[in-house]
Every structure is written in structure tokens, then in C-alpha cells.
Design a binder for this molecule. Structure first.
Ligand SMILES: [Zn+2]
Length: 193
């Protein structure tokens, strides 16, 4: 819908604007505003990064306890862990921590925190880098708008390397990127609140 509105606006701007055009333009603008408002205010995108593998493809619906993938060490990562972040709106592109710091896209720590529980790995998650961790920032010179997590039993077994969808609402896979120099294999899931 947003794209149709934008196309319509682009068409209108090519013409000499008369009264009827103006009305049409205003209507299209209102629609576009509503669409963007909705996308930004009701939808969130959570990103699961550095995965070893994922059984998912774009368009899949994830339900409570669905498997997102296995934690891994792909992309720019020094040890097997899950990096998870959550931003406002439906996002499918590549974005860095610096992009998030500049609100493009805007972070949502409230929604992100709901993912940090024992249902994620089916065992207690251990946080190795906190949200906005000062040590991370001192070392890597960027603000960590996410969590780095590992399952509690990682030194003994790989039993809990599966990542599960641990929200009560369903999500939808909107992108799967393989970014060798950044977040490696990552799954983007959109959900509405
Ligand atoms: Zn991280």
C-alpha cells in the first residue's frame, strides 16, 4: 500500500496541479501517512545474527517455540554466540549498530527485553555483552544496541544451541541475509504489538 501511494504521489507531481489533483494529492498523503504510522508504531523487527544455520525462508510464520536456527559464529564474530537486536518498523535491509545509534532504524529495548528468557534456548541464557555495554563500547568503539547471548551449558554440550521463538504472538520472516563481514547469517522476523 505504501508503495502504491508513493507511486501515485510521484505521478501527480509530474502534472500541472489543478484543484482535483490537489484533493487527490491530499488523500494520497493522508493514506501514506497512515501506512507509515502503522509500520513504525505497531511493527517491530527482531534480528537473530551470526547463525550457524536456519530452517526458515522469507515468508515463513514463526509460532511459539518454532525454531529460528542454530547459534553460530558466522560473519564478524570471534566466538559462537547469538547477537539479537530489535528495532521499530518492518525492516529488511542491512543496518549496523551505528545506523541504530542514528535512529535509522530506531531501537526498541522494551520489545528486545521480552526475548531474553529461558524459552529462547530452553535453558538459562547468559548475557556476554549487555545492551549499551560500556566494556563493549570501550573495546569496539560502538554502542551495543543489542544483547550477545550464549546458553548456560555451552561449555559442556551443544544441546541448547537451537534458538526458539519465545513470544506468545506469531512473527513473520521478512529477510534472511548472509553478510560475511557483518552479522553473518541473520534472520529478520517482524511482529506486531
Ligand atoms: Zn552483539
Amino acid at each position: 500500500m505504501t508503495i502504491e501511494c508513493a507511486k501515485e504521489l510521484a505521478e501527480i507531481t509530474k502534472r500541472n496541479v489543478n484543484e482535483q489533483d490537489r484533493t487527490q494529492l491530499m488523500e494520497a498523503l493522508v493514506l501514506l501517512y497512515d501506512e507509515l504510522y502503522n509500520e513504525l508504531n505497531n511493527k517491530y523487527t527482531v534480528r537473530f545474527a551470526h547463525l550457524e544455520s536456519t530452517p526458515l525462508k522469507v515468508g515463513d510464520i514463526v509460532k511459539p517455540d518454532s525454531i529460528i536456527g542454530k547459534i553460530g559464529n558466522t560473519g564478524d564474530s570471534t566466538a559462537t554466540h547469538l547477537h539479537i537486536d530489535c528495532v521499530k518498523g518492518l525492516q529488511t535491509g542491512r543496518y549496523s549498530l551505528l545506523d541504530i545509534e542514528n535512529n535509522k532504524p530506531e531501537p526498541d529495548p522494551r520489545q528486545l527485553n521480552y526475548f531474553i528468557d529461558e524459552k529462547l534456548f530452553h535453558i538459562k541464557p547468559v548475557i556476554t555483552s549487555f545492551y549499551c555495554d560500556p566494556e563493549y563500547q570501550a573495546e569496539l568503539r560502538k554502542v551495543h544496541f543489542g544483547y550477545d547471548l550464549v546458553p548456560e551449558d555451552r561449555h559442556r554440550t551443544k544441546t541448547h544451541y537451537d534458538i526458539h521463538w519465545n513470544r506468545s504472538i506469531n512473527g513473520r520472516v521478512v529477510a534472511i541475509n548472509n553478510d560475511k563481514t557483518g552479522y553473518g547469517l541473520c534472520v529478520y522476523v517482524v511482529f506486531e504489538r
